[in-house]
Design a protein around this ligand. Structure first.
Ligand SMILES: Cc1ncc(COP(=O)(O)O)c(C=O)c1O
Length: 469
């Protein structure tokens, strides 16, 4: 027998051990610190053992407890960044996806996986009122945004054959960093990304957008696309999508909506996302607000032809041998990726297990939790909101009489202390150049009691920081 082969009974035993570990972990999640008591050096020391020449067998699993101990848990009180908490039915599907090991390149390689992915993508699009959109799963919002801008470039200033020419892309100053990265990678250049000022609600200013487009045209430059955000990473603000769509039509620009953070909330509050279905392309991140385990991004597009123009370049060995449109379908004609994991399985199983309504309710709970925190911040007397709460991100800071730079230092010290205390996990945002604490609710495990811990924790951390000064 090949040394790598595992008997079915050994697999069963190991799987039971791993799922047992996972189940125990999930059972204690609420009691764990939100960040483990580890340092960079202690984590290196914990995992420095050389890889063995001779296998350890099932004893190899013993070290998994160290992996858990050194991990930042998907706690009910994790409110950092924009990150879901990992829905366990989906995690089980991920195990099966790895066992099946489908390479979701094309139908002929993975008939069930390709068919399911197309079905789930279309169903998700329809649930967001984007009926008729196609698309595919990918690693995350950054990859989806990169592919979207590649499509925009190919549709307006084709570059695949002869190389990139400068074309201008517009986005608000609040846009996610993946957009400037995509500009660089696509050869468009970050200097050709116009960062349009945002208004007091952190939404792209339409007047400034029009001004920038007309100025570029007058100077002989080629406007290419507008990236609107439906949920900016800092504050969750939603750019004025219908008006941006009208401008895109007027100037024949590609409209991409970065919905990685927010757009899936259209499942629960569609009225806040009017204009989403005007987008030529739309990024989603089920590993954020659909609670799926990493990784799980989606790029949706209105016109599959535009995706093929951007991505289709098929080597002879991969050419389809059938005329059947279903059996001849290949994701690699519409995506940057060739070898692809069966990501649709987790989304499909988790949506079927819980039902769409459960997800809509979880999203509404997150929205409620954000409003609750906003009220508690306002009522604290020692904290102030730093931005309107539009979706589920709450930015706030400790009120201080001191100069802005000192207030920034104080708030940064409070954040470090909050994380060290390990009872809630927050992150930060820079708003108008100032440092703010930030809690983002995309966590199906969070209860109101968890939310109620945030303000007391921040105040306790602030007292400790001020006492030590
Ligand atoms: C608005 C927005 N766009 C894009 C991204 C990037 O997504 P990912 O981390 O999945 O690449 C994020 C991540 O937080 C985001 O909030």
């Amino acid at each position: 027998m090949n040394a790598l082969q595992l008997s079915p009974s050994d697999f069963r035993t190991l799987a039971a051990q791993v799922t047992g570990l996972a189940a125990d972990y999930l059972a204690t999640l609420g009691d764990l610190r939100t960040f483990p008591e580890v340092s960079g050096q202690s984590s290196v020391t914990a995992f420095k053992e050389a890889l063995p020449e001779k296998g350890l067998g099932s004893a190899a699993l013993d070290s998994l407890t160290a992996v858990l101990d050194f991990s930042r848990p998907p706690s009910p009180r994790f409110f950092g960044y924009v990150l879901g908490s990992g829905e366990p039915v989906a995690a089980l599907a991920d195990l099966l996806a790895s066992v099946l090991n489908q390479n979701v390149t094309a139908w002929r390689s993975a008939p069930a996986a390709v068919t399911l992915e197309r079905h789930v993508v279309e169903a998700l699009a329809a649930a967001l009122n984007c009926r008729g959109y196609g698309g595919s799963f990918c690693g995350g919002g950054s990859m989806a945004n990169l592919m979207a801008l590649a499509m925009a470039r190919e549709a307006r200033l084709p570059a695949n054959a002869a190389g990139a020419r400068p074309g201008v892309v517009y986005a608000s100053s609040e846009v996610h960093m993946s957009i400037p990265k995509a500009m660089a990678l696509l050869g468009l250049g970050r200097e050709n990304l116009r960062l349009i000022p945002a208004d007091e609600r952190f939404r792209m200013s339409l007047a400034s957008l029009r001004e920038a487009i007309t100025a570029d045209r007058a100077a002989g430059r080629v406007p290419l696309a507008v990236v609107a955000s439906s949920g900016t990473v800092n504050t969750g603000s939603i750019d004025p999508l219908p008006e941006i769509a009208a401008l895109c039509r007027e100037y024949q620009l590609w409209m991409h909506v970065d919905g990685a953070y927010g757009a899936l909330a259209a499942l629960a509050v569609p009225e806040r996302f009017a204009g989403l279905n005007a987008a030529d392309s739309l990024s989603l991140d089920p590993h954020k607000w659909l609670y799926q385990p990493l990784d799980c991004g989606v790029l949706l597009f209105k016109d599959a032809k535009a995706a093929r123009v951007a991505f289709s370049y098929t080597g002879d060995y991969a050419r389809s041998l059938t005329e059947d449109p279903l059996e001849g379908f290949a994701f690699f004609d519409e995506s940057l990726e060739l070898s692809r994991r069966f990501r649709a399985l987790k989304v499909w199983l988790s949506l079927r297990y819980h039902g769409l309504d459960a997800f809509r309710r979880a999203i509404r709970a997150d929205l409620r939790h954000a409003q609750l925190l906003a009220q508690q911040v306002a009522a604290s007397g020692r904290l102030e909101l730093a931005a309107p709460v539009v979706l589920s991100a709450v930015c706030f800071r400790y009120l201080s009489e001191s100069q802005p730079a000192d207030s920034d230092r104080l708030n940064a010290a409070i954040l470090r202390r909050v994380i060290e205390r390990g009872r809630v996990y927050l992150s930060n945002a820079t708003l108008g150049g100032g440092f703010a604490l930030r809690a983002c609710f995309v966590n199906h495990r969070t209860t109101e009691a968890d939310v109620a811990q945030i303000v007391p924790e921040v105040l306790a951390a602030a007292d400790e920081v001020l006492d030590a000064r």
